[in-house]
Write a protein that binds this ligand. Sequence first.
Ligand SMILES: Nc1nc2c(ncn2[C@@H]2O[C@H](COP(=O)(O)OP(=O)(O)O)[C@@H](O)[C@H]2O)c(=O)[nH]1
Ligand SMILES: [Mg+2]
Length: 249
Amino acid sequence: MCATCGCGQPDPVSGHSHHQRHDTLRLLKIEQDLLAKNDRYATSNRNWLNERAILVLNLVSSPGAGKTSLLVQTLKDLKSEIPFAVIEGDQQTSRDTDRIRGCGVPAIQINTGKGCHLDAHQIGHALRDLEPVSGSVVMIENVGNLVCPAAFDLGEDGKVVVLSVTEGDDKPIKYPNMFHEARLMIISKIDLLPHVDFDVAQCIEYARRINQKLEVIQLSVKTGVGLESWYRWLRSVHDLKVGTPAEVS
Ligand SMILES: Nc1nc2c(ncn2[C@@H]2O[C@H](COP(=O)(O)OP(=O)(O)O)[C@@H](O)[C@H]2O)c(=O)[nH]1
Ligand SMILES: [Mg+2]
């Protein structure tokens, strides 16, 4: 009989696959428990944020897609209009947080060490440390990775996936979970389009195959093209969350 789990199945010498199946099931159970625990923290964050009418956007991408560059430019251009705070997630260093603080915006760093994503428990602590003002926008820059951050709800109002034109137009079908979870896809670095094989229409078609409701903005931080569309989108989701600016006390 199987001594590993006491399931009553025979335990032959060649019973490797049977035990592998148990290992897999055990891993699945751990993963489910982990995600369920994360979801409870995410709900608590969401309640805390809704009580304060704070909009939270979770920026996700591969490393180097341009998240910090976009954040820095956005803060420079909109910080006099909208109060912002930023949570920066990276495995190591506070380089991005330093760039954000250089804009005069409160920012907090979470170093995940070997971790490949931010989780809702970490965000809960960061929010309480940051104390963002009512009516503000909290931008979370997640760890650069198109896989794990898709599975972790942080209590945000939406995930914004940034895909640069240097990464290939097939990323939405290669990493469907991320594009399924996202509310907006930003196609970044479009100034580089003349130099790369990236079919924008094909990329959007792939992305909408995964997520029909996905909104899309193309921009370049380098040239400024498309930034106004991003700011319009940001203002509209902010107004939806906190009411029209006139109503914010
Ligand atoms: N050509 C070009 N380069 C960009 C643009 N935005 C960011 N970059 C560059 O891309 C690299 C990675 O940017 P960064 O913002 O650190 O990406 P992150 O890892 O997603 O935060 C840096 O060298 C940026 O200068 C853009 O619009 N056009
Ligand atoms: Mg960054």
